[in-house]
Design a protein around this ligand. Structure first.
Ligand SMILES: NC(=O)c1ccc[n+]([C@@H]2O[C@H](COP(=O)([O-])OP(=O)(O)OC[C@H]3O[C@@H](n4cnc5c(N)ncnc54)[C@H](O)[C@@H]3O)[C@@H](O)[C@H]2O)c1
Length: 372
């Protein structure tokens, strides 16, 4: 199969769909890998790295789209890229179609087959191609929170680990899923005094069993949250209610109970944010202040560490990518129902129920698409 990987063109996107290592594996499987020249620059991979892996460098995105049987990307195709997709071509990338009718209609019109990273599932009910980005954002949260806490950035001037004779920062993590667990691990590793709040008792039991000696955990109620937040130097928002906007767990009025210069890091901002005063920010201007409390609310946190994020995403996508290339999408999806869950669009028809419901478009079952 000819596998094409163009340069990402969405603003502020520095990741790339395939690493040189992924290219090497695909070439070893007998495939041709076509990488747009410069595609890896933002993540620190040079054209020479790709060439050494056996990939062919291609001058323009138009040529990559024209020659490839499968396009591998990170972000949803932008309007210009969608015009280059064609009937029978396979697209493997993040799509997030439900809030994006324009993209959905363009993909349907193109006749391509589109598999979305975010809806591929695993045996444990997880989302294996979303998890690496939650791991990255979770581990990054205490790092950016620590920076926000510095005096020059408007913060309280508290060091995460304290020093001998001075107490460490108090960090509260709301939501103990993938983001929250990784955030708590790193904050505790920096020496902070960390408490994780969650509503799921099985999750709290797991956190207690595995991390009981590293950080504390508590059942999440409005009362417990208010009490802990009032004492906190940093609060990390990491809740998720699947398919819903994030619940607002800290109100504006509560900010006045907090310590001046405390930091709120709202990782859940991509679902609307879990603090009432959160609004999405960018890496160029990541923080702002409300009522003396510093807010960090970057919606695409993994972009700050594009190299790590590209490698983490590449590790997760590679087995699926190789299956798609080796077997063709139909056989690969027939053999793996989790990959089939990723199928969103095929030959002008929508195959993902939740997207159809959100956009009022008819849907056919993915199994029917397999037989077409
Ligand atoms: N900003 C970014 O760049 C970025 C990157 C990755 C993920 N995210 C977002 O981070 C959020 C968390 O993702 P995740 O992968 O950790 O999800 P997850 O499903 O693994 O974990 C969410 C946790 O929140 C808990 N929860 C739900 N309601 C709660 C409440 N009221 N109080 C306390 N806990 C509650 C759930 O029990 C669950 O354990 C999502 O909104 C995700 O989209 C943002």
């Amino acid at each position: 199969m000819k596998i094409g990987c163009p340069t990402e063109i969405k603003p502020q996107e520095f990741r790339v769909g395939m690493t040189p290592d992924a290219a090497r594996e695909a070439v070893a499987h007998g495939h041709d890998v076509l990488i747009q020249s410069g595609a890896g620059n933002g993540a620190g991979f040079t054209d020479a790295d790709y060439s050494a892996s056996g990939a062919t460098m291609i001058g323009t995105a138009a040529e990559v789209f024209a020659q490839a049987d499968m396009i591998v990307k990170v972000k949803e195709p932008q309007a210009g890229e969608r015009k280059m997709l064609r009937e029978g071509q396979l697209l493997f990338t993040y799509l997030h179609l439900a809030p994006d009718p324009e993209q959905t209609h363009d993909l349907l019109a193109s006749g391509c087959t589109a598999i979305a990273y975010e809806t591929v599932t695993d045996d444990r009910g997880g989302l294996p191609l979303l998890a690496p980005m939650s791991e990255v954002a979770g581990r990054l949260a205490p790092q950016v929170g620590a920076w926000t806490l510095q005096k020059a950035n408007g913060g309280r001037g508290v060091l995460m680990g304290g020093v001998p004779g001075v107490a460490p920062a108090k960090v509260v993590v709301i939501g103990g899923g993938v983001v929250g667990t990784h955030a708590a691990k790193i904050a505790a590793g920096m020496g902070a005094d960390v408490t994780v709040l969650d509503r799921s008792l099985p999750r709290l039991r797991y956190l207690d069993d595995v991390f009981g000696g590293t950080f504390k955990n508590q059942y999440s109620t409005a009362g417990a949250t208010a009490e802990l937040v009032a004492q906190a130097d940093m609060v990390i928002g990491a809740v998720l209610i699947p398919g819903a906007a994030a619940p607002k767990l800290i109100t504006r009025a509560q900010l006045s109970d907090m310590k001046p210069g405390a930091a709120l890091v709202d990782v859940a901002i991509d679902q609307g944010g879990c603090f009432e005063t959160s609004r999405a920010t960018t890496h160029a201007e990541p923080i702002y202040e409300v009522d003396g409390i510093m807010h960090y609310c970057v919606a695409n946190m993994p972009g700050a560490v594009a190299r790590t994020s590209t490698q983490a995403l590449g590790n997760a996508t590679l087995p699926f990518l190789l299956n798609l290339a080796d077997k063709g999408w139909k056989q690969a999806c027939e053999d793996d129902p989790h990959l089939l869950n990723g199928l969103n669009v095929h030959a002008g028809q929508l195959t993902y129920y939740a997207v159809g419901k959100a956009l009022g478009i008819d849907v056919i079952s993915p199994n029917l698409a397999l037989k077409s």
